[in-house]
Structure formats: C-alpha cells, structure tokens
Design a binder for this molecule. Structure first.
Ligand code: ZN
Ligand code: ZN
Length: 363
C-alpha cells in the first residue's frame, strides 16, 4: 500500500522542517518498515525534507526482488553497508543539517557515520519517527484489529477444545494456544506467551514451565498475535472447576479496576491519571501493594511502545493511540489476576480491539 507510506513520509518531512534539518537518516528497521513497507533485515532510508523526489532507500542484493515489490515508489540503491552508502550520498549531494536516530545508533556506529558525514552536519534527532508512530492511522488500526481477532479466536478455540484441563502442563497449553493463533491468521507470536497456573499466576511475568494444571487453579493467559508486523496483547483468566470465593473476590476487583481504567482512556487524558483511575479501585480495596506494575503501554509495531500508562508516565492521550489497560492483583503463593485489553483512543470513547469475554471463565 504505497500511498499510506507516502503519507507517513510527508508527515515526517513536515517534522524535519519543524526541527530544522534537511534530511533524516533512518536506520531503525521498524521505522523503515513504517515509512516504506520494507520488511527485510538490512536497510537505511535517507528521507529528505523536500520530499520523496530527493529521498533514497538502500538495502542489499539479497533484497533486490523483495524491495522492488515492497518499496516500488522510492529511488533505491543496493549496498550492503546501507547507512554508510546513504551517508556518502548525502555528502556528495551537499546536504546541510542531517538528523540521525541517536537512540538507535551505537557509539561505534556514530563514530563511523561522523567520518562519512564529515562534509555535512550530523545532528541528533531522537524519536522523530516514533513521534508519528504513537498515533496510529487506519491501516495500522486494521492490522491491530486483525491481530487481536486472531488472539481472540485462538483462546476461544483452545477453551472449546478442552485445551485447558488438569494434567496438561503450562508449556503444552502455551504451545497449543500459539498454534491456534497461527491457524487463525497470526504470522507469529507477539511475545513469549504467558501461561501461569495456580500459584504461578501470582507471578506477573511468569514463563511457562512443565508445571501441571490442577483443579481449582487460576490460569492466567497473557499472549498476543501479529498481523502485518502489528502486535496484539491480551490477558484473560480461566479457573479450572468452580471458582473459590477468594478467586471471585479478586477477579471482580480487578475487573472493576480494569473497567475504570478503560473508561479513562479518552483523548486529552493525562496518562498518570488513567493509571490512577484503575489503581485507586484496587488501592481502596486494600490491595494497592499487590498491584506493583504500570497500568498499560502503547502497542503497535512493537508490543511495548509509547505511551506508558503509569504513575510516573508523562503526557496525554490523543485520538488514534493504541494502548493496553492491564491492572492486576497478585497474592504470592496463592494466585493472581490480571485482565488486559488493547484499545484505540477515540473521540467517541475507546474502541475495544480484544473482544474475548471478561466474565470469569470456568472450565
Ligand atoms: Zn500482555
Ligand atoms: Zn501488555
């Protein structure tokens, strides 16, 4: 879809004007994918503030065919040392101030670039592409929606097939869930799936083990699919058998906190206040210390990206941002609950992308 990439590059060109640079050397592969659609493992982009006519894309010979189809709309050079090749080009063309992605470039690479750029002024311009990426366009939202749908369908299929049952290990269940995501349109897993049973569910980022699921266990699923490079992120809880009173109690508490957090996801909302909206529900019930992580994070080409919905987070939400809301209460040695959705900030109220039920599922 070349038009959408051209539109993103035009938006970036405007940012370059604002930041007083003639061009930006883009070396982060996710940023290159965002701006061009290229999905290979080696590339650089020299984006000129004057627009696509002066913008140059570079990859190496392995990607001749792929880059022809993925990046049909930019002038292309083939060179294994892609950033260096573009730096030489900038110098030859007599570019003035040229920004680079200083948050993605090592000290070594910077030294190399400085030499190559010795005829132009190389300036640090961290986070320019990320500034654009934080607000998703509708092509991105469609990919996020598809990734969330793949995860929804996989979990439903797992439960329906009786895949969550005593005697299976966390690892078996995790692999089963991941295979089902692939069957339902995911191109890969978004991050290492969390399947945490019984006391392990009290560990926020538990890694699946050979531990067997038992009757009475809480089982926490935190997992995601990817579609077109975009990630989904969702956490749901299942109880094996009839839920105990304490399980219902903390589940209902987290459920209420999560709803309060989702409701606070509005354009203009201060991110720390969104965190507080959910956190106060849990703190008021006396479990504040058992919720020891931030409320959520942005999600897109990376599973964790800006903005951070946390007490220490800064900034406000804007329409088009995609964020998670994921409060939890973790009772060490017993079990824990987290409920997580991925949502898009909308003027008309948040659009929920993860649609699996948030009623406590008993199997
Ligand atoms: Zn998650
Ligand atoms: Zn998350």
């Amino acid at each position: 879809m070349p038009e959408i990439h051209a539109r993103r590059r035009a938006a970036l060109a405007a940012l370059l004007h604002e930041n007083g640079v003639d061009a930006l050397l883009v070396t982060d592969l996710l940023n290159i994918r965002y701006l061009t659609g290229f999905t290979g493992s080696n590339a650089a982009l020299l984006l000129h503030a004057a627009g696509d006519a002066k913008t140059l894309f570079c990859t190496d010979g392995r990607y001749t065919t792929q880059s022809e189809s993925e990046v049909p709309d930019l002038e292309r050079v083939l060179d294994r040392a892609s950033a260096r090749a573009l730096a030489v080009h900038a110098a030859e063309q007599g570019y003035g101030r040229t920004g680079f992605e200083s948050q993605h470039v090592s000290v070594e690479e910077h030294e190399n670039l400085k030499v190559r750029f010795d005829r132009v002024e190389l300036v640090r311009t961290p986070g320019l592409v990320e500034q654009l990426r934080v607000v998703k366009d509708e092509v991105e939202v469609a990919a996020l929606r598809a990734a969330c749908a793949a995860a929804d369908r996989a979990l439903a299929a797992l439960i329906e097939a009786g895949g969550v049952r005593p005697g299976r290990t966390e690892l078996e269940v995790a692999r089963d869930l991941e295979n089902r995501m692939l069957e339902h349109g995911s191109s890969g897993i978004s991050f290492e799936s969390i399947v945490a049973a019984g006391p392990n569910s009290a560990i926020p980022h538990h890694r699946p083990t050979g531990a067997e699921l038992n009757r009475g266990d809480f089982v926490k699923f935190d997992f995601g699919a990817t579609v077109d490079g975009y990630h989904s992120d969702m956490t749901r809880m299942v109880v094996i058998g009839e839920p105990a009173d304490w399980q219902r109690e903390i589940y209902d508490l987290v459920h209420r906190a999560q709803a309060a957090g989702c409701e606070a996801v509005q354009p203009g909302a201060v991110v720390s206040e969104v965190d507080a909206a959910a956190r106060s529900v849990i703190a008021d019930a006396g479990y504040g210390e058992q919720f020891a992580h931030g409320l959520g994070h942005g999600v897109g080409l990376e599973v964790h990206e800006a903005p951070s919905l946390a007490a220490a987070g800064v900034g406000t939400l804007s329409a088009g941002m995609a964020v998670t809301v994921e409060p939890g209460v973790y009772l060490a040695g017993r079990g824990g609950v987290r409920i997580e959705d991925t949502l898009v900030v909308r003027d008309s109220g948040p659009e929920l992308l993860t649609l699996s039920t948030k009623d406590l599922v008993a199997v």
